[in-house]
Design a protein around this ligand. Sequence first.
Ligand SMILES: Cc1cc2nc3c(=O)[nH]c(=O)nc-3n(C[C@H](O)[C@H](O)[C@H](O)COP(=O)(O)OP(=O)(O)OC[C@H]3O[C@@H](n4cnc5c(N)ncnc54)[C@H](O)[C@@H]3O)c2cc1C
Length: 370
Amino acid sequence: MTRTAVIGRGLFGAAAARHLARAGVDVTLIGPSEPADTASHRGVFGSHYDEGRITRKNAAHPFWVEASMASIARYAEIEAESGIRFYTETGAMIAGSAAFMARVDVGRRRFDVPCDRLDDAALASRFPFFRFPEHFSGFHERTRAGHISPRRLVAAQTKAAQGHGARIIDATVQGLDESGTAATVTTDSAVQSFDRVLVAAGGWSDSVLARAPRLEVYARTVALFEISDGEAARLATMPSLVYEAPEDPYLLPPVRYPDGRICVKLGGDPEDVKLDGPGAVGDWFRSGGNAQVRDRLHEMVRDLMPDLVIESVSMAACVTSWTHDRLPEIANLSDRIAVCTGGNGSGAKCSDELGRRGAALILEKTGELT
Ligand SMILES: Cc1cc2nc3c(=O)[nH]c(=O)nc-3n(C[C@H](O)[C@H](O)[C@H](O)COP(=O)(O)OP(=O)(O)OC[C@H]3O[C@@H](n4cnc5c(N)ncnc54)[C@H](O)[C@@H]3O)c2cc1C
């Protein structure tokens, strides 16, 4: 049987491993666990060390609509296979000017995504806690939308993959070499040979492949606004939200964090800061984020939700990896090596489908596609 490795135990890699293992492939998923202390960690990082990612079907580009619909349809299967819950159905909304909504409607119409169209009056009456500009309207997806815990989704995919027979190696890959007969993967603790390797190492994919930079990796800061249990109850009907503004903001409804805090999270960067090379990416994660961006996000949440009672404000650093065409790179690079990367800031919700497509490349090559 074909010996396969997936490098990167993040959202795409763990999904790919589950699909490969389900198909009966001999698969080893290799990647390190989340570091215990971000500030002192010297190794690689992932973009899923968080509790909230927006999940929605609507998007301007039909690719994302299709991939999200396919993934969301399998959330229940992943939860059942793993026994780990990661999805909360709060609904999701996109709001903006007529021109902005017309762009979103291109993707929406292609797949006839079910949602309520709300004009400015309907927006105000359904969501009294938001203050949108008067010319805004919105698409509100009430079902099969909301948010996921990316941390728990990785845990669920990994556990389900193990249940189907995948092996997990908690290690960082230091080298990937290809010869005529095998692909050799060197980790900090071992050297192993595989017939096929899928690289799904997020912002580190270029360095794992030892290729000239193809991905653009950008620094991202998120602001977390801690609120009380009572405030969270007042916001019980709050959906996940993407709205039109120069910062491309996205807002998560109240989510409980592992330390017990309940936070509303706002992300969106006033300017794009590109990180050149793994050293710069590591330094950025260790920095914990940009305080000026955090303060700007604080102003923005006050404008959008003036009644929000905030107990404390904190921030976190993350990165997004972008491709030239703004669509994921899921491709065979050689007879033995394939890649599945490039979330373009949108890859969490649809990671199961992107991982499945990465797995399909391996299955096509090995003839084990069922
Ligand atoms: C702040 C922020 C907010 C976001 N919000 C949303 C959202 O609301 N909705 C949405 O759909 N998407 C969102 N995204 C995007 C989404 O999180 C990413 O698209 C997704 O995490 C990409 O998954 P991935 O598997 O490619 O990368 P990752 O999840 O980063 O996984 C890559 C893995 O590779 C591992 N790795 C790296 N180097 C090596 C190595 N040498 N050896 C072994 N393993 C290695 C890492 O440890 C990591 O576990 C957001 C991203 C950010 C940063």
